[in-house]
Design a binder for this molecule. Sequence first.
Ligand SMILES: *Cc1c(COP(=O)(O)O)cnc(C)c1O
Length: 428
Amino acid sequence: MHSFHYENGSLHCEGVDLNALAEEHGTPLYVYSKGTILDHYHRLAAAMSDLDCQICYATKANSNIAVLNLLAEEGAGFDIVSAGELFRVEKAGGDSGKCTFAGVGKTRAEIEYALRREIYSFNAESEAEIALISEVACEMGVVASIALRVNPNVDAQTHKYISTGKSENKFGIDFSVIREAYERAAGLPNINIRGLQMHIGSQLTSVSPFVEAVKKVAPLVEELKEKYHIEFFSIGGGIGIVYEDTLASGVKDWWGGEDENPLTIEEYAAQLVPLLKPLGLKIILEPGRFMVGNAGILISEVLYEKHGSAKTFKIVDAAMNDLIRPALYDGHHDIVPLKEPSSESEEVDVVGPVCESGDFFAQNRLLPKLESGDKIGLLSAGAYGFVMASNYNSRPLPAEILVYNNSAHVIRERQSFDDLVRGESIPF
Ligand SMILES: *Cc1c(COP(=O)(O)O)cnc(C)c1O
């Protein structure tokens, strides 16, 4: 579900009027719905309740400490990809003992930090990394719990930049040599083999690649359980969400929308639980996008209209530095006016002020007529939105707001110009 709807002609997030909110806090502005995040967490947990299942939210999707805090309070663990994320999780009140640490390039300092914080498992992605974890653990006189990330070589059928489970991707250890890698890891000092992990990609819109991967890996899981008494199998994240026609078509509950044939959580569970249950292990899920994607919106104001010879451009005050998904992944975001539109529409490009031709949010898109000063919402911007924002063109990072029922709270202040130059100095 998502919690964005028109009420009295104005787009609301839960019970909060977004026109008023944008007036008060300025634009560009990220707004998240706490109710949506809670709903997604509980739906997923309920769907998997036949399993001993731990949800480790993929922190990188949206790492504001208010978002992490609300998930921590529901009992979520966290999948982290850096020491900085572990710091955030603990700041937010999350339990380091429920953290798994992914990523192909963990540094010695990060390994030390995570060992000190006694994380649940390092999900190791190469033998060189396992050797370093063992070395650091020996120096510190502690035991490191690890899982190996297997690359099952299945096609996730998603954008090439977010496909991670094919043998040409940098992620994980090849399925063909994973047994030997476990063998060698088991021989290293101060290493406790705790599980097996995989993550085949992001924004999967069909359950079949998950099924294929689990089926391929299940016999390996059985073997590892027998041999090393592993206690968990993590099937990663990657559950896709709907980006198109979430609001325009009047689909308030986007589960089961027809156009994008989205992966429903019910179908995900129905197909995967029967494959996972017989393994008799703790199952870890690492959803990121699914948890927060549809819970967020980026609000922007239309600055100018410009008529090119071939196109009409609507120039808005948000840009690729605020939301990079269209430029980076060809990502689609629905664009809706915050004032409920009349039926009149026109074909336009929606572009930002940044000096790059890749700085657009929509091309040749039929949108309701927009005038200078109108505010728009870029929907489904809760995941891989703010977290990927940068200061390119010396644009201060937008503020972030969390809404719950009728209240709104600033969970990150808009950056100031002083923030832009913080830490810089002029030498000599
Ligand atoms: C990014 C990532 C995830 C989350 O992916 P989503 O598509 O956002 O669910 C989970 N696990 C690992 C290891 C990741 O790198």
